[in-house]
Ligand binder design. Structure first.
Ligand code: FES
Length: 166
C-alpha cells in the first residue's frame, strides 16, 4: 500500500521518526523504539497504530504485533482509571512482590498489561522506585502503598473501587 492511502493513526512527530528510521541500514531494528514512542504518546498500542507502524516501517504486521505482545511493557489496551503498578525491583521481589502481583491478577482476573472490562483497573510493573525500605511497593495512580502483602490486595481494590463511586 502506498503511504498516501494510509489512514493516519499516528501523529506527525512519530511518522517523521519512522521516516528517519527508514533511512538507516536496518529500519526494522528500530521497531521497539518506534513502538515505545507510540505508547508514550497514546498510552497504548491500538491495532490501528500497529498497522500503520507496519506499513510505514515496511515490516510485516505479524512482526509488529508479535513484538508488541512479547514484551510485557507494551500495553495493548488503554489504561484503566486506576493503574496498579507493582514494583518488581530486586528488593521488592525478594520481599514477595511476585506473590502480590499474583494476588492482583487473581483478584482482577487480568494479566500484566491488561485492563479490566469495566475500564477501572489496569495492571503493570515497574522497576525500583527508590524506596526499597518500603518493599514491596505498589502504586495505584499516584498513591504509594508500602509493605504490601497478598492478603491486603482485595482491600486495596475495594478501596479504589469505592473511591470511583464518589
Ligand atoms: S526495589 Fe522496589 S522500591 Fe526499590
Amino acid at each position: 500500500m502506498s503511504e498516501s492511502k494510509i489512514m493516519p493513526a499516528l501523529d506527525k512527530e512519530i511518522t517523521a521518526f519512522i521516516q528517519e528510521c527508514r533511512t538507516k541500514a536496518h529500519p526494522e531494528s528500530y521497531l521497539i523504539a518506534v513502538l515505545h514512542r507510540v505508547q508514550g504518546k497514546y498510552g497504548y498500542l491500538s491495532e490501528e497504530h500497529m498497522n500503520e507502524v507496519a506499513q510505514r516501517l515496511q515490516v510485516p504486521t505479524s512482526t509488529v504485533s508479535g513484538v508488541a505482545t512479547f514484551y510485557h511493557f507494551f500495553r495493548l489496551q488503554p489504561q484503566g482509571k486506576y493503574n496498579i503498578s507493582i514494583c518488581l525491583g530486586t528488593a521488592c521481589f525478594v520481599k514477595g512482590a511476585d506473590k502480590v502481583l499474583e494476588a492482583f491478577k487473581n483478584e482482577l482476573g487480568i494479566e500484566m498489561g491488561e485492563t479490566t472490562q469495566d475500564g477501572l483497573f489496569s495492571l503493570e510493573n515497574s522497576r525500583c522506585l527508590g524506596v526499597c525500605a518500603l518493599a514491596p511497593v505498589v502504586t495505584i495512580n499516584e498513591k504509594v502503598y508500602s509493605k504490601v502483602t497478598p492478603t491486603q490486595v482485595p482491600e486495596l481494590i475495594r478501596t479504589a473501587r469505592e473511591g470511583s463511586e464518589d
